[in-house]
Ligand binder design. Structure first.
Ligand code: GLN
Length: 320
C-alpha cells in the first residue's frame, strides 16, 4: 500500500476535517441563484489513493457543479488528443497574476494559461473544433462526458441544466473575453463563438460529488490510469505531467503562487467551492465547501490543505 497505515492516516484526515469545519469564514458565490442557494455549512472531504484505498467524511454525496475544477480535465483531454505543441499554439503556460475572469491576454495575444476563463474557453474551442470535427454537438458532449466518467471510475457524474442556463444568461464577462479573443484570432479556424461558449458553460455545469472528484484526482496522481477500474484514460503520460504542472502554478486563481509556496501540491479550485488536490503517485483528494475567500477558493479547502502538509511531507519540496 502507498499509505501503509491507512487507518492512522484517516484519523488525521478526520481531525483536520473537524478543525476546518469550525471555520465559518467566506461567502458562497452569488452571481447565479443555483450557486447562491448552497448552504455554506456543507463540508466534505474524500480521499482515493493510487492503489484504490478510499476514505470520505462529511457531505460527500451531495452533488455540486464542477465549475473551474473541470478546467484541468478539459486541458488534459485536449493534450491527450492533440499533443502539447498544438494546444500551446493557442494558450500559454504563465500565471496571469490577475483575476480568473479578467479581460486580458498575454504579450503574444494568447490567453495566459488553460486554468483562467480565457484559456479555458480556448481549450473548449479546441475540443469542439479540432478534435473529431465530424461529431454533432450532442455527440461531442457525450464524448467529453465519457472521458470524465472514465476519469472518475464510473462514479457520480451528472449535468445541471438550470446552472447551464444561468451561466449562459449571466455571462457578459465571459462573452466579452470571447469576443476580445475572437478579435485577436485566438480560436482555431472555423470556430463558432456561440457554440464554443455553450460548450464552456456545459462543462462548468457538469455535476459531481466529493467521491467522483477524488477519483479524478487519483487518476491524475496515477499517471492517467484510473485506480478504481485500472483503465488507462490518459495514455499520453506527458499530458498528465503538463496538466499537473499548470495546476501547480495556476490552479488556485490569484492565490496560486502563495498556495504553491505553502502547500506545494497541484490543485484546482472552482466557484462551487470544490478543490481537486493531487498528491502525485500517492492520492487524489476532493475538498468541498461552498464558502469562498476573496480569491474565490474554498476557505475550508485551503485550510485543510495547509493542515495536511503541516503533518505529512506531501509538499513538492518536502524531504529534499
Ligand atoms: N462559471 C464560472 C465562470 O465562467 C466558472 C469560473 C470558476 O469556477 N471560477 O465565471
Amino acid at each position: 500500500f502507498v499509505v501503509p497505515d491507512f487507518t492512522d492516516f484517516c484519523k488525521y484526515i478526520e481531525e483536520f476535517y473537524w478543525k476546518c469545519k469550525a471555520n465559518i469564514g467566506g461567502k458562497v458565490a452569488a452571481y447565479i441563484p443555483q450557486l447562491a442557494k448552497f448552504n455554506p455549512e456543507y463540508w466534505g472531504v474524500s480521499v482515493c489513493t493510487v492503489d484504490g484505498q478510499r476514505y470520505s467524511i462529511g457531505d460527500t454525496n451531495i452533488p455540486f457543479t464542477i465549475q473551474s475544477t473541470g478546467k484541468p480535465i478539459n486541458y488534459a483531454i485536449a493534450l491527450n488528443e492533440l499533443s502539447c505543441n498544438v494546444v500551446h499554439k493557442y494558450v500559454g503556460q504563465e500565471p496571469s497574476g490577475r483575476m480568473f475572469n479578467e479581460l486580458v491576454l498575454d504579450y503574444n495575444r494568447k490567453p495566459h494559461n488553460p486554468m483562467v476563463n480565457a484559456g479555458a474557453i480556448v481549450i473548449c474551442s479546441l475540443l469542439m473544433h479540432l478534435i473529431k470535427p465530424e461529431m454533432r454537438h450532442s455527440e461531442k458532449f457525450d464524448w467529453v462526458s465519457n472521458y470524465y466518467k472514465s476519469l472518475c471510475g464510473g462514479e457520480y457524474l451528472g449535468f445541471n441544466n438550470a446552472t447551464f442556463l444561468s451561466e449562459r444568461e449571466a455571462a457578459d464577462r465571459n462573452f466579452a473575453i470571447a469576443y476580445y479573443m475572437k478579435e485577436h484570432k485566438c480560436f482555431p479556424e472555423g470556430s463558432v463563438l456561440k457554440d464554443v461558449m455553450d460548450f464552456y458553460f456545459q462543462m462548468c455545469s457538469l455535476e459531481v460529488n466529493c467521491h467522483s472528484v477524488s477519483v479524478m484526482g487519483a487518476t491524475l496522481a496515477n499517471g492517467g490510469i484510473c485506480p478504481i477500474t485500472n483503465q488507462t484514460v490518459i495514455n499520453n503520460s506527458s499530458a498528465v505531467r503538463d496538466c499537473l504542472s499548470l495546476m501547480h502554478s495556476c490552479g488556485m486563481y490569484d492565490y496560486s503562487g502563495q498556495f504553491a509556496f505553502r502547500v506545494g501540491l497541484p490543485t484546482k479550485s472552482g466557484v462551487s467551492g470544490s478543490m481537486m488536490v493531487v498528491v502525485p503517485n500517492v492520492m487524489g483528494i476532493c475538498c468541498w465547501s461552498p464558502a469562498l475567500d476573496t480569491y474565490g477558493n474554498s476557505v475550508r479547502g485551503v485550510e485543510f490543505c495547509e493542515d495536511l502538509v503541516s503533518t505529512f511531507n506531501f509538499h513538492h519540496y518536502d524531504n529534499l
